[in-house]
Design a protein around this ligand. Structure first.
Ligand code: PHE
Ligand code: FE
Length: 294
């Protein structure tokens, strides 16, 4: 999921609420009528056409080709778990090795889901993956996360034990943040780590965030362009920082190691939320004197 922590749920009958995307009124793509009350549904793999599988293959191959030198080793090592690149994986088949390796499972969802439902699934080690695939004319850019973003971007690192634990902790933390009215702060953490995170390695900066790893153009941009700023990971600084949903990021945050990320996010966030609520918000491109600049 890309932005599952952003949409607002609008209550309707049957317990299944549609989701609005970002700040607009546009209804989200996907068949929400088929969803269960936890927002999961069946993948309906048989409904993918030969053209869908071919488009997935082309997306996969383009992205795979640019991973060396731009993606972190942990990601490159794990992509093979996705299996045959020539067809969209069956979620239940892919869940088998995933369950054995880190205890995670893939749960099909119609598309973006409300944040509470999203957190609840993550807390149970279930990763929601959108069923639909973008149209051919969206080869370079799709506004909402589709099956390619969700699978290629997110699923490989769920095979990594450390990252797998982080994602579950995030889900549990999300349920708590909902009670503390702090979802916006936690969403920023998700955005700047899980979606757009960079890691500093002996070989140079590399991407580990799904939003960049699944993006045709932003992957190279995030790692090599002189335009954006790259700042050292700082938990409460990130919680104060707004982000862009319709353009490349103005700032990326860099972790040293996954251990650093786990250690920094292990403490109880409640005091941080209070601290952040009392501090000013920061624009996406803001620079502070205390920032560590890469
Ligand atoms: N430690 C956080 C809390 O107490 C939970 C969390 C862990 C959130 C990891 C995000 C990532 O709320
Ligand atoms: Fe995502």
């Amino acid at each position: 999921m890309n932005t599952a922590t952003k949409p607002d749920a609008k209550a309707v009958n049957q317990g299944v609420a549609p989701v609005t995307y970002g700040t607009g009124d546009r209804p989200p793509r996907g068949d929400y009528a088929s969803a269960r009350s936890d927002f999961t549904c069946n993948q309906c793999w048989e409904r993918y056409t030969a053209e869908d599988h071919d488009l997935y293959r082309r997306l996969y191959e383009r992205q795979w080709a640019q991973l060396p030198g731009l993606a972190c080793d942990e990601f490159i090592e794990a992509v093979r778990h996705l299996g045959d690149p020539r067809r969209i994986p069956r979620f239940d088949e892919l869940s088998e090795p995933l369950r054995k390796t880190t205890g995670w499972q893939i749960a099909a969802v119609p598309g973006l889901i409300p944040e509470e439902a999203f957190f609840a699934l993550l807390a149970q080690r279930k990763f929601p993956v959108t069923g639909w695939l973008r149209r051919p004319e969206e080869f370079d850019y799709v506004v909402e996360p589709d099956v390619f973003h969700d699978l290629f971007g997110h699923v490989p690192l769920l095979f990594n034990p450390m990252f797998a634990d982080y994602m579950q902790a995030y889900g549990a933390g999300g349920l708590k943040a909902s009670r503390l009215q702090a979802c916006e702060y936690l969403a920023r953490l998700y955005w700047y780590t899980v979606e757009f995170g960079l890691i500093d390695t002996p070989a140079g900066l590399r991407a580990y965030g799904a939003g960049i790893l699944s993006s045709a153009a932003e992957l190279r941009y995030s790692v090599t362009s002189p335009e954006p700023q790259r700042l050292g990971f700082d938990l409460t600084r990130i919680m104060r920082t707004r982000y862009k949903i319709d353009s490349f990021q103005a700032s990326y945050f860099v972790i040293e190691t996954f251990q650093q990320l786990i250690a920094a996010t292990a403490p109880d966030f409640a005091p941080y939320y209070e601290q952040v609520a009392n501090a000013s918000e920061l624009a996406a491109d803001e620079r502070l004197a205390t920032d560590r600049v890469f």
